[in-house]
Design a protein around this ligand. Structure first.
Ligand code: COA
Length: 535
């Protein structure tokens, strides 16, 4: 592998201006994260603490192996929605290492509306379980929730991927060999009671955890029976009489130590073997990424400069460097893990599609995970390209991405537009993980293009009916579309709706990708396969 030669000059004013602009984007992102990670109101946090309960991230900190990172997912779920009254959608999810095993951790945040579930809470919970299934990970549920957020029942109850899916997933995960462990650290009511009940092993905390299908008010209303929460479904009842829980814990800390003890009894699963070397820092400073990635995503970012700041020793074995240069392909290592990198360097043409397809096949046969660095406006348009069969060759790349038998990890570094999103392993193509950089943008096309397309359609319509377009009206329509796309294309808008697994800073990319690859090895890779390529 060769060291990439960087051509940037950090003293160049243009570079410095861009770095300041991108750092401002990062600052705004950190501010959002900070506010969301504070959880519910100060009063509800105080009430929680006064009950001697730990906050979800404190619980997670104690649960994972000391000194190991926690890869938190979708922190900004529900951001800017529901009047911002559900920070993080009231749940913390992510991957942590427990006794050496990558594990999905799902922790309710009872300081946010009693840990109840709105649409985004469910999507976040189910996405975490999906990651567990795809990567064959154990799951730990730290339950502290009032169940469904009742006013939103129509949004959370009836459909396939609604509340019930959580329990279906638990059964499927257990059957697939992914241990399901629940810690009941607070309320666990109604449908939520099935989380501990569906788990392989369940721990419940004294005077704190309760499990019941119908809480005391419901029991009173239904049968007239008056009963305290503890007597109905507290820790003592469930560990001595009902058998719904298996382990009795004195407090949060004790429950966590029992959970860690359970992990000591788990046998390792079969892992994918990869030749992993010791990690090496890039030769170029990853701190320079903020000057490299364009704060204005319409401007061109040089992918080689990004790759040089992500890979070990800034080394890269490029494949077809001289051919179809708008798609950069090659092999590298990130924190010792081998990876095939596919990065955009302009619009996609037929030949770039073929190059990408060939490269993906090599990764599949060599059993090397693929990292997609997505910054793409789409495929080339125009008569010459359409007539030459661009869609036919684009389809080959889309086929290859869909059927790749190795884990795909996607990082949207810049724009993600149109069919380019599909060809570069967008969400619909099931990458094991998809992250966005804070300045990244995602929409079916750029706002200006959409505004122009709609203005043209309108003008054509008017002309066909013998009328003339009023320039002010057209301008007004274009501005409305521009404003809409500006808002809806933002990374935080995407993360709020769980279109990605979270926003990561450029500087966090190496560690995040390495952890994603390490996680993916828990599920042995498939043998290469493909559908029929249109020749
Ligand atoms: N749906 C909607 N809102 C709910 C809710 C639910 N299921 N459960 C709690 N909340 C709201 C409360 O109205 C309150 O909102 P506010 O902060 O705007 O005042 C907030 O969550 C906190 O509830 P509170 O009762 O003050 O907190 P707590 O920590 O003392 O108790 C629970 C939390 C979850 C134990 C308790 O609220 C409860 O038992 N809720 C009903 C649970 C239930 O029956 N669920 C059935 C779902 S299928």
């Amino acid at each position: 592998m060769y060291k990439i030669q960087s051509h940037i000059d950090p003293d160049n004013p243009e570079f410095r201006d861009n770095a300041s602009a991108y750092e401002a984007i990062i600052e705004r992102h950190r501010d959002m994260m900070h506010r969301v990670m504070a959880g519910g109101s100060p009063a509800s946090v105080k009430k929680h603490r006064d009950r001697n309960k730990l906050l979800p991230r404190e619980r997670i900190d104690l649960l994972i192996d000391p000194g190991t990172p926690f890869l938190e997912l979708s922190t900004l779920a529900a951001y800017g929605q529901h009047h911002d009254s559900f920070p993080g959608a009231g749940i913390v999810t992510g991957i942590g290492v427990i006794h050496g095993r990558e594990t999905i951790i799902i922790a309710n945040d009872a300081t946010v509306k009693g840990g109840t579930y709105i649409r985004e809470t469910i999507r976040k919970h189910i996405r975490a379980q999906e990651i567990a299934m795809q990567n064959r990970l154990p799951c730990v549920y730290m339950v502290d929730s009032g169940g469904v957020f009742l006013p939103d029942q129509a949004e959370v109850f009836p459909d396939r991927d609604d509340f019930g899916r959580i329990f279906y997933n638990q059964a499927r995960l257990s059957a697939a060999g992914c241990p399901q462990i629940a810690m009941v650290m607070g309320s666990c009511t109604a449908g939520g009671a099935y989380i501990p009940a569906m788990s392989d092993e369940t721990i419940i905390v004294k005077n704190q955890g309760t499990i019941f299908i119908g809480g005391p008010p419901l029991v009173k209303a239904a049968t007239g029976e008056e009963v305290s929460p503890e007597a109905l479904g507290g820790a003592d009842v469930h560990t001595t009489q009902s058998g719904v829980a298996d382990h009795f814990a004195e407090n949060d800390q004790h429950a966590i130590s029992i959970c860690r003890s359970i992990f000591e009894t788990l046998q390792p699963g079969k892992k994918q073997q990869l030749e992993i070397k010791s990690a090496e820092e890039p030769a170029y400073d990853p701190g320079e990424l903020t000057g490299i990635v364009q704060a204005d995503s319409r401007k061109h970012t040089n992918p080689y400069e990004i790759i040089a700041r992500l890979t070990d020793g800034s080394r890269f074995h490029e494949f077809k460097a001289r051919y179809a240069t708008t798609l950069v392909t090659g092999f590298a290592r990130i924190m010792g893990y081998p990876v095939g990198i596919i990065a955009n360097n302009g619009v996609l043409f037929a030949e770039s599609s073929l190059k990408g397809t060939h490269f993906i096949q090599m990764c599949c046969f060599r059993k090397i995970p693929i990292l997609f660095l997505q910054n793409i406006t789409g495929f080339m348009v125009g008569k010459k390209y359409e007539n030459a069969g661009l869609a036919r060759d684009g389809a080959k790349l889309v086929h290859a991405v869909a059927n790749a038998s190795v884990p795909k990890i996607t990082v949207i570094t810049g724009g993600s537009y149109g069919a380019g999103n599909y060809a570069m392993a967008g969400r619909a193509f099931d990458p094991r993980f998809l992250f966005m950089w804070p300045g990244a943008r995602i929409s079916v096309m750029g706002g200006e293009q959409a505004a122009n397309v709609l203005a043209q359609v309108k003008a054509d319509q008017l002309e066909a009916s013998g009328k003339k377009a009023v320039p002010e009206e057209i301008e007004q329509m274009k501005n409305a579309i521009l404003a809409k796309y500006k808002k809806e294309g933002a990374a935080s808008y995407s993360s709020s709706r769980l279109w990605d697994d979270g926003i990561i800073e450029p500087m966090q990319t190496r560690e995040t990708v390495a952890m994603a690859i390490a996680t993916s090895l828990n599920m042995p890779f498939d043998e290469p396969f493909s559908g029929i390529y249109r020749m």
